[in-house]
Ligand binder design. Structure first.
Ligand SMILES: Nc1ncnc2c1ncn2[C@@H]1O[C@H](COP(=O)(O)OP(=O)(O)OP(=O)(O)O)[C@@H](O)[C@H]1O
Ligand SMILES: [Mg+2]
Length: 549
């Protein structure tokens, strides 16, 4: 039935000579139905693998992804009257003719005979075009070679020899996300990608490292140690700044600085983000702005324990500007939270922001290590919000100067946050800095890399702005739906996502890959470190300073 076409001979010795089947029906939007040849056993196939389809009339090669596998019968009676299971003869007659297997294939790319780069798909192969299992060579051709801006992050399913190389320039150009249930490998793949970004020098990264996963040595459940980014790049390209010096030192981290925030530098916008976490009601959260206006920059200390402020506060109550209960609640909540935050210091202390901005602007990546404060979500939200608001403001300023030829373009910045839904849920995403950054795309050269196990908690509009999505196993329907929001024709990929292994497998789709791909993520081990050193040393150290230092 299946004669190999001429093109098949031209196009790669490793692809099987025999087609696995032919296209029966389908559409560009819903995908193709492929009937398996009788000699081809369905049990060898798997969702997430690629096929190549040779266009019947044009010689165009189409790439598609298997997104479903089914059994069918041309005679509806068959399921009512199946052959006896030991009747070999009848079984053989039926199998492959009356009863056969089908594949659902989502077409992804097309390669015209006279071109060497595949393009996004615009048409589909004709009826009865032959379908082949894609060879390693076919797939390698699509994902290209590793080079200065393409970074090897994993191998396609069952193709250990082929590298999937992420286009880092496109990756940092828009906000991106790493999703997956707990323990699926999000932090590991994120660290791998960040190592690639640092290596490429395409962007600085500011990593809000909640669980001490990125800076210095990282231990897994079994106690095995992995190198953090600061260990991979000891030449100054990565700095570790800590909020919790004791814990960082106890862990043996090499530290480049300490973060402190002055009480007087906190604005109501910084604290409002914590409202839900501190248990402040809407009314109480709104009252923060009023208190700040009345008390000025010393507002937090005054509210917490400054006896001298009592008269002022009493006056506010007496004049009916604030209800005693509201004020009391705010004071209690402040008193139970702020004093525990050892990185907060009296007065004003903005040199941490200056220092971090300075590092980022010369191309150094900064890992902000939370130490034990990572266990307090409110501390994480406070610091991430505080720093990001200020760093972003400086980028906006620089970008505006650059527009008027008064400064150089700020170096692209990628801000990495975990538990991203806490910053981007529908209630807060509209008025927080993170929502703003996600929405304004790369207008000011700042993008987000969000790491989250509950993408359904992130506002839809923000999700639809995510350029590249790296998704490990998710099993909650709402989360799966969220990961595909704004992706056309993604329905078929759901099946693929739901069938990933529980660890170290991911579906990558979007801006930074030519077509969606299921990968086994690159092992993070000695070989990885060695490969980085091999490619990294030559184009090593310095980034040039915007300030000419
Ligand atoms: N690329 C990899 N190389 C080596 N080991 C890996 C890799 N990916 C995952 N692992 C193993 O899987 C474990 C879990 O991975 P990881 O810590 O990245 O999960 P996670 O999705 O970030 O989980 P959580 O949501 O709890 O933070 C790691 O401790 C490690 O043992
Ligand atoms: Mg993690």
């Amino acid at each position: 039935m299946s004669e190999p076409s001429k093109l098949d001979e031209v196009f790669g010795p490793t692809r099987s000579e025999r087609a696995l089947g032919q296209v029966l029906e389908g559409s560009l939007s819903t995908g193709l139905k492929v009937r398996l040849d009788s000699g081809f056993t369905i049990e060898r196939l798997a969702v997430g693998r690629y096929v190549v389809i040779l266009g019947r009339q044009t010689g165009i090669t189409f790439f598609g992804l298997i997104t479903d596998i089914a059994l069918e019968a041309s005679d509806p009676e068959l399921s009512h009257r199946p052959p006896e299971s030991d009747d070999r003869f009848t079984l053989d007659v039926y199998m492959g003719e009356v009863a056969y297997g089908t594949l659902h294939v989502s077409p992804m790319l097309m390669l015209e005979a006279d071109q060497d780069q595949p393009r996004p798909i615009k048409t589909i192969p004709a009826h009865f075009s032959h379908v082949y299992e894609a060879s390693a060579q076919d797939v390698a051709r699509v994902f290209g070679e590793e080079d200065e801006t393409h970074f090897f992050v994993g191998t396609p399913l069952d193709m250990e020899a082929v590298q999937v190389n992420l286009d880092l320039a496109r990756f940092v150009e828009r906000s991106s996300g790493v999703f997956g249930k707990t323990g699926t490998g999000k932090s590991f793949i994120t660290r791998t990608i960040l190592a690639g970004i640092v290596q490429s020098g395409l962007a600085s990264t500011l990593i809000f490292d909640m669980h001490n996963d990125y800076g210095w040595s990282v231990k897994d459940e079994s106690g095995k140690a992995y190198k953090g980014l600061r260990q991979l790049y000891q030449d100054g390209r990565v700095s570790v700044i800590t909020l919790d010096e004791d814990t960082s030192r106890a862990r043996g981290s090499k530290i480049d600085g300490r973060l402190t925030i002055g009480y007087e530098d906190l604005e109501p916008e910084d604290v409002e983000m914590l409202a839900a976490l501190l248990g402040l009601t809407d009314v109480q959260a709104q009252a923060l702005y009023f208190l700040y206006r009345r008390l000025g920059r010393g507002w937090i200390s005054q509210l917490m324990n400054d006896a001298g402020a009592e008269d002022d506060l009493q006056e506010m109550i007496d004049s009916g500007r604030i209800v005693a209960g509201t004020l009391g609640a705010i004071r209690r909540k402040f008193e139970s939270f702020f004093p525990r935050m050892g990185f907060l210091v009296p007065g004003s202390s903005t040199q941490s922001v200056d220092d971090i901005f300075q590092r980022l602007s010369i191309g150094t990546s900064v890992v902000l290590e939370f130490g034990n404060y990572g266990n307090t979500l409110a501390a994480y939200v406070l610091v991430a919000n505080y720093l990001t608001r200020r760093i972003h403001a400086r980028y906006v300023h620089l970008k505006n100067l650059a527009a008027g030829q008064k400064a150089e373009e700020p170096r692209p910045l990628v801000i990495v946050i975990e538990e991203a839904h806490k910053f981007l849920d529908p209630q807060v995403a509209n008025h927080t800095i993170f929502g703003t950054i996600a929405r304004e795309l790369r207008k000011y050269n700042v993008t987000l890399l969000i790491v989250d196990q509950r993408p359904s908690g992130i506002e839809d509009e923000v999700m639809s702005q995510i350029g590249t999505r790296v998704t490990c196993l998710l099993d909650n329907d709402a989360d799966i739906r969220a990961v595909f929001s704004g992706v056309s024709g993604a329905g078929a990929l759901r099946e693929v996502l739901a069938r990933l292994d529980t660890r170290q497998q991911a579906l990558i789709l979007g801006h930074a890959v030519p077509m969606p791909v299921v990968v086994r993520t690159r092992d993070y081990n000695q070989d990885f470190y060695a490969a980085l050193t091999r490619t990294g040393v030559s184009n090593s150290t310095e980034g040039e300073s915007l300030f000419g230092e």
